[in-house]
Write a protein that binds this ligand. Structure first.
Ligand SMILES: Nc1ncnc2c1ncn2[C@@H]1O[C@H](COP(=O)(O)OP(=O)(O)O)[C@@H](O)[C@H]1O
Ligand SMILES: [Mg+2]
Length: 162
């Protein structure tokens, strides 16, 4: 199931992240893709807000992992600077994914072979200076149910076989 929505401006992207964050459950995995500057961290900040994380979320690009505690633990990863799967394990990604918190991973597509677990996959692409196309893709429940809830005002397509 796919859901595509366009946001105009940073705030709209953060609000969309927040709407998602409010609906996430223990163990949820969010895989975020898109070029540098697409808005992944802006979206992640919104997810954190939806989870009740009230510390402003910095980009973890330099720390690779920021852990926060809200309604659920929130593990925010950024794999941009990571070069090998070995480093993934050193980061504690396995523990986060298996835990009761929400794991959100920027640049997950760099390690597509590793991220085969059920997840909500998101691609953000730039569409002008303040426009962004945000594509959500969910293959399994309960992620599909969450997408159905988010669809107000957007376009949904159900792709047989996906
Ligand atoms: N619609 C939008 N959604 C998100 N960010 C936007 C949007 N329009 C402009 N921006 C800007 O794009 C940048 C996105 O930065 P960031 O979230 O750090 O990107 P990434 O984490 O993908 O590298 C910010 O400077 C933000 O203000
Ligand atoms: Mg980022």
């Amino acid at each position: 199931m796919e859901y595509e929505v366009r946001t105009e401006g940073e705030q709209a992207t953060e609000d969309l992240g927040e709407a998602l964050g409010r609906r996430l459950f223990p163990g949820a995995v969010i895989l975020l893709n898109g070029e540098m500057g697409a808005g992944k961290t802006v979206f992640a900040r919104g997810v954190g807000r939806g989870l009740g994380v009230n510390v402003p979320i910095q980009s973890p690009t330099f720390s690779l992992l920021n852990a926060h505690s809200g309604r659920l633990p929130f593990y925010h990863f950024d794999l941009y600077r990571l070069n090998s799967e070995e480093e993934l394990f050193e980061l504690g990604l396995d523990e986060a994914l298996d835990g009761e918190g929400v794991s959100l991973v920027e640049w997950a597509g760099k390690f597509a072979d590793y991220f085969t677990m059920p997840a909500l996959v998101i691609w953000i692409t730039s569409d002008g200076s303040t426009g962004r196309q945000i594509l959500f893709w969910a293959k399994t429940e309960p992620y599909q149910a969450i997408l159905r809830e988010l669809t107000t005002g957007g376009q949904v397509s159900a792709n047989p076989g996906n």
